[in-house]
Design a protein around this ligand. Sequence first.
Ligand SMILES: Cc1ncc(COP(=O)(O)O)c(C=O)c1O
Length: 359
Amino acid sequence: MAATISFARGVPSADLLPIAELGAAVQRALAKDAAGMLLYGDPMGYLPLRTWVGDRYGYDPAGVFVTNGSLQGFALLAELLFAGSGGRAAVEAPTYDRTILTLKRFGATVDSYTLLEDGLDLAALEQSIADGRTPGLVYVIPNFQNPAGNVTTRRVRERLVALAAEHGFWIFEDDPYGDLRFRGEDEPRMLDLDTAGRVIYSTSFTKTIAPGLRAGVLLLPEELRKGMAYIANQTYIGAVHFAHGTVAEYCESGDFDRGLARVRPLLEQRKDALVAALDAHLGDRFQYRAPEGGYFLWGRLAGVDCDALLPKAVAAGVPFVKGSDFYADGRGGDELRLAFSAVKPEDMDEGIARLAALL
Ligand SMILES: Cc1ncc(COP(=O)(O)O)c(C=O)c1O
């Protein structure tokens, strides 16, 4: 029996990592371009990886910015847009906790808009705009949202893109989970719906290869490129080209797509095991919707104070993340996020049984 069964971290378990493939990729990459990987390089990132990403997304490689993880890309952007000047940023409620903290760190005022089943509450956003509280940036996680697991519908995506064009705000489309769909059909990227150049698209190799590579991607509209390259250069000179050279080689060889094809059904198996365990041990007490991809299952334990439950769950070896962490405005006291990505299917039942025993 596993001592700790962690539902807390949105990471893959070690058995999902493509260790042999990355070992081979690093050797090949060094044989090809040791100097490019081992010296300082372009602050916009390692060129072969930018080129591969540009081809994959149909984007000019000059606007592909590769950072040490996508959170760093977002932090650089928040610095560019808000540091010293302030401004408003709109987020879904709930949303990724580090985004809220990063925006606040750089002086943004964070306005929360409830995440409805089909996406961010557009009526509330439009009301804010009408009231003169137009955001400078709208931050959306469109696929298998962290923490809620939602997918934003095409209708909401189209309306957000139209509003951005009309009111001149940026949309940050944070999409680290879009490649991890195990059921259903993809919705179009806002990047591809946008004709006004207001979408900054972000993805990451953290969830699709390995978090320790620290490889994140921003697709930057022309207006932002110079400013972002300047801040990157001032912050770290150049990103970790050693890792990014390895990622480029891994992707170019076809291992990236093979890795996705291998991991998606394994993630679905974990989600299925979690759903079965929740239904068996918690039944109607836990309200949730099973996601069609990604890493997370989000739900409500009606009447339960999840902030108070958490230390008990940690002591029982079943940590989760409490819902209140994902709101900028104090909501979420009876909600929680369960990451199924790092829990083996055979440990799922035991983990949820331990949690249920605490209630
Ligand atoms: C929505 C979202 N954005 C960004 C990140 C950060 O990823 P990275 O490891 O690429 O910095 C995460 C990680 O969990 C995430 O869930």
